[in-house]
Design a protein around this ligand. Structure first.
Ligand SMILES: *[C@@H]1O[C@H](CO)[C@@H](O)[C@H](O)[C@H]1NC(C)=O
Ligand SMILES: *[C@@H]1O[C@H](CO)[C@@H](O)[C@H](O)[C@H]1NC(C)=O
Ligand SMILES: *[C@@H]1O[C@H](CO)[C@@H](O)[C@H](O)[C@H]1NC(C)=O
Ligand SMILES: *[C@@H]1O[C@H](CO)[C@@H](O)[C@H](O)[C@H]1NC(C)=O
Length: 551
């Protein structure tokens, strides 16, 4: 998932630097065009009969490795899991003792912060982590507060519809999945019903922001109706599962309507849309059209792609349109996004099929994990190999820094480019020589994506080297980010705390960063064969077969 992206708009400026050196594609085309896909396929089952042998094969495959191998013994792994849990409790206790019920605690001043409508983002996003770590007293304390939340009062703020869905609705659904306590499903439905107001537009594409008291929508900038691909296209998992659990199809229909509208746009007809599956990031709610912006598997795009394949898996391989769109998108990813650097590592940039930008933000590093999952589900060895390579480059952005923490965004030089290119400063050139990349924005904000991919690669390959990688990062966090009130971000991953701190500890630290770290050292918990993780790391069960109907 990505959070506030406004600082990433510099992409437009640095674009096109390395135009001449776009590598030739070595990818095989996987799928036919989806741009003419019939929208009648919302419930997915048409076409299923002809591919049912294929679906049966998918169902019979196991995602998780049957054998975890390497040097790390079970005992060592479980003591590392305990260490992560202790680290989680350090932050949780500060939050619970000082600001329980607030969205966030400021880890420096111990003051509460209202950043997500005052519904307790940290505690709701962190519910399932509490459960997974066996912290049931804390879980019950949150439950009492959750039962009293009023989602028609927004704490003086507009709700960001996407964030509200992934953090709150997703958190409530997974708390229900794990505990079976009806109060969480009731509150998830209550909140989703509030969010449904945002989908009440002429196109069915949701507003970016919502005034929950009145149901009035707007865009983050205030005027206009701009939105982006990740924020409009990341309702599929939460809304599919909610329709299954409530037996009410309206949530799933709303999420799929958005995909219908996306597919009505054709390459060549809208700005920056030149290649099928390489979707521009900007989208206008009112017109239902792309507005431009190079395709990104990081900020502004990421979880849209992630949800194509994961919702297909969650739907018990029923939503065929999702698979087709994943195939098309992943094909374009291989040709235009994944790019070999001068250091022979595989990076991910931005592309509209004509121009390429060789910047990789840290959000993009969710992709190795999701691609590994897809490779396993589809039995594509090449995809798994690519995921392993992409994961290695993502980890290298952490491991080559003295803090063991990686930058918010890095730049790379596509293989074949002249490293003396004058667009880079001499510091950046030196970094490329030494590490293979340079830090574009050198901050680390406790983000989970690299750890997330390490989690998938460990679960899927069984190779314990990934546990070592995670352990190194966790030690980097303890050493460089821990303060009395929890954990803070740092301004420069070269320098650690002394380079300046950023006193933000967003709810994803509790939902994602700590959960993935913990699960890497507890490989028998929350199996990838039984659960699908949302973009906010909330595990949803795959226990209701999907036959095209919710009732
Ligand atoms: C998607 O890819 C899988 C694996 O290569 C293939 O079996 C399937 O037929 C593809 N689907 C489409 C619609 O191309
Ligand atoms: C880059 O610059 C250095 C120092 O000026 C020079 O020695 C080297 O040959 C240059 N490399 C390329 C590929 O131009
Ligand atoms: C780097 O990213 C952080 C986090 O998104 C942002 O707050 C900061 O302004 C960025 N710094 C620069 C120099 O762009
Ligand atoms: C489809 O699945 C639902 C459960 O989600 C079940 O109630 C219904 O009976 C099934 N319908 C058919 C035709 O199998």
């Amino acid at each position: 998932m990505y959070v506030d992206f406004s600082h990433l708009l510099y992409f437009c400026i640095v674009g096109n630097l390395f135009l001449d050196s776009i590598p030739l594609s070595h990818a095989k085309p996987l799928a036919q065009s989806v741009s003419t896909y019939p929208t009648s396929a919302v419930f997915g089952l048409d076409g299923l009969a002809s591919t049912s042998g294929f679906v049966q094969q998918c169902k019979s495959r196991k995602v998780q490795s049957s054998r975890f191998h390497g040097l790390l013994r079970t005992r060592d792994a479980s003591s590392r899991a305990e260490d992560v849990k202790k680290g989680f409790l350090h932050a949780w206790n500060a939050y619970q003792q000082n600001t329980f019920g607030a969205d966030e605690i400021d880890p420096m001043t111990l003051e509460p912060k209202t950043t997500r409508n005052g519904w307790g983002a940290t505690m709701v996003d962190g519910l399932d982590t509490l459960w997974i770590m066996g912290l049931h007293d804390q879980f019950d304390a949150v439950k009492e507060k959750v039962a009293k939340l009023n989602f028609r009062k927004g704490g003086g703020q507009l709700a960001k519809v996407f964030e509200t869905n992934i953090r709150y609705v997703g958190g409530l659904i997974s708390a229900y999945e794990l505990s079976n306590d009806d109060v969480f499903l009731k509150k998830a439905k209550e909140l989703a019903d509030v969010l449904m107001d945002a989908f009440d537009t002429p196109t069915g594409v949701p507003w970016q922001m919502l005034e929950v008291e009145t149901g009035k929508g707007s865009s983050e900038g205030g005027s206009g109706s701009s939105n982006n691909l990740a924020e409009i296209g990341s309702y599929q998992m939460e809304f599919f599962r909610l329709s299954q659990l409530t037996k009410d199809p309206k949530y799933h229909q709303a999420a799929q309507k958005v995909i219908d509208v996306i597919l009505k746009n054709k390459p060549g007809e809208v700005p920056s849309y030149n290649v099928d599956g390489l979707y521009p990031t900007g989208f206008d709610t009112m017109s239902g059209k792309f507005t431009g912006g190079k395709a990104s598997w990081g900020a502004l795009g990421d979880s849209f792609y992630e949800y194509l394949i994961k919702t297909w898996y969650l739907s018990d391989f029923g939503l065929k349109r999702n698979l087709d769109m994943w195939n098309t998108s992943f094909d374009a990813f291989q040709k235009h996004i994944a790019t070999k650097g001068v250091d022979d590592r595989m990076y991910m940039g931005l592309s509209d099929g004509k121009d390429f930008t060789s910047i990789q933000d840290t959000f993009t590093c969710f992709a190795p994990g999701t691609i590994a999952l897809a490779g396993k589900l589809l039995d594509q060895k090449d995809s798994l190999d690519l995921a392993i390579k992409l994961g290695e480059a993502c980890y290298n952005t952490f491991s080559s820094m003295p803090t063991n923490l990686g930058a918010e965004s890095i730049g790379f030089l596509p293989k074949g480019s002249n490293p003396n290119y004058s667009g880079l400063s001499s510091t950046e050139r030196d970094q490329v020589k030494k590490h293979g990349f340079y830090n574009e924005n050198a901050s680390y904000l406790l983000r989970p994506e690299v750890i997330e991919s390490i989690f998938y690669l460990h679960r899927i390959t069984g190779d314990s080297k990934y546990q070592e990688w995670a352990w190194n990062i966790w030690n980097g966090i303890k050493k460089n980010c821990k303060v009395d009130g929890g954990y803070v971000g740092i301004k420069n991953v070269q320098g650690g705390k002394s380079s300046g701190i950023i006193p933000n500890q967003e709810s994803f630290v509790f939902a994602e960063t700590f959960k993935y770290l913990y699960l890497i050292f507890s490989p028998s918990e929350i199996s990838l064969d039984d659960y699908v993780f949302t973009t906010e790391a909330h595990p949803f069960k795959r226990n209701i077969p999907f036959n095209g109907s919710f009732s």
